[in-house]
Design a protein around this ligand. Structure first.
Ligand code: IPE
Ligand code: IPE
Ligand code: MG
Length: 227
């Protein structure tokens, strides 16, 4: 099963406690580590985590710089743990616009975990669903694809992670009811679970509730269920 998460509410979490937003982000990263660790116990083989969007550059320089630093620190600290725990890391997004040291850290994380098979964690960093679609179109144009040969399958193969199945479940924390440019092609038939829990507070109980909600749905993919 593939679970995608829009990890939202770090700022509000910090604000509620009178702390700087970056403290909220640091605690958000702790929550991400927790979820990566427990996911295999819940049969989640693929986990996509929305970490930084193509629109998040609009925030203050202080917050953006802090986030870049935090992502790199977490990646460096967690890499040995990921290696030990069979986590395969993938990174989706426009890597070229990230600070160079972060780019090399993320490249190393992907290389050193490439053979791991317990769970695949797809980190969406400088990721935008529309940017991904544009990048796929550019790739296909460079391959001189004949428009008559273009199918949904062929198009999906040009997206950032052709080896990942579409998400079965999308979780968004902090109550917002929108996709904010996350995996917009891949979520065409994804079930959505929105929780009021702020991301830094997200724990096993929240994951269980989301999975239970998912199991109660009947997925029809446009068809009808014959009882
Ligand atoms: C999500 O938390 C983390 C990122 C978008 C990087 P926010 O920072 O968006 O938290 P809120 O929405 O302000 O509470
Ligand atoms: C989505 O959250 C992006 C990430 C979680 C990385 P935002 O907080 O940026 O989304 P909006 O601005 O509320 O739509
Ligand atoms: Mg937000």
């Amino acid at each position: 099963m593939h679970v995608a998460i829009i990890m939202d509410g770090n700022g509000r979490w910090a604000e509620r406690q009178g702390l700087p937003r970056l403290v909220g982000h640091a605690n958000g990263h702790k929550a991400a580590r927790r979820v990566i660790q427990m996911a295999p116990d819940y049969n989640v083989q693929y986990l996509s985590l929305y970490t930084f969007s193509t629109e998040n550059w609009r925030r203050s320089k202080e917050e953006v710089d802090g986030l870049m630093r935090l992502i790199e620190e977490t990646a460096i600290e967690e890499l040995p743990v990921m290696k030990r725990n069979g986590v395969r890391i993938l990174v989706s997004g426009r890597m070229g616009d990230l600070p160079e040291s972060l780019q090399s850290t993320l490249t190393r994380a992907q290389q050193e975990t490439a053979d791991n098979a317990k769970i695949t964690v797809n980190l969406a960093i400088n990721y935008g669903g529309r940017a991904e679609i544009i990048d796929a179109i550019k790739k296909l144009a460079q391959q001189n694809i004949d428009p008559n040969d273009l199918t949904e399958e062929r198009f999906a193969q040009a997206l950032y992670q052709p080896s990942l199945p579409d998400p079965d479940l999308l979780i968004r924390t902090a109550g917002e009811m929108r996709f904010s440019n996350f995996l917009i092609w891949q979520t065409a038939y994804t079930e959505v679970h929105i929780t009021e829990t702020l991301w830094p507070d997200f724990d096993a109980t929240d994951l269980q509730a989301a999975l239970e909600d998912y199991r109660s749905r009947s997925r029809k993919f446009g068809g009808i269920i014959v009882e």
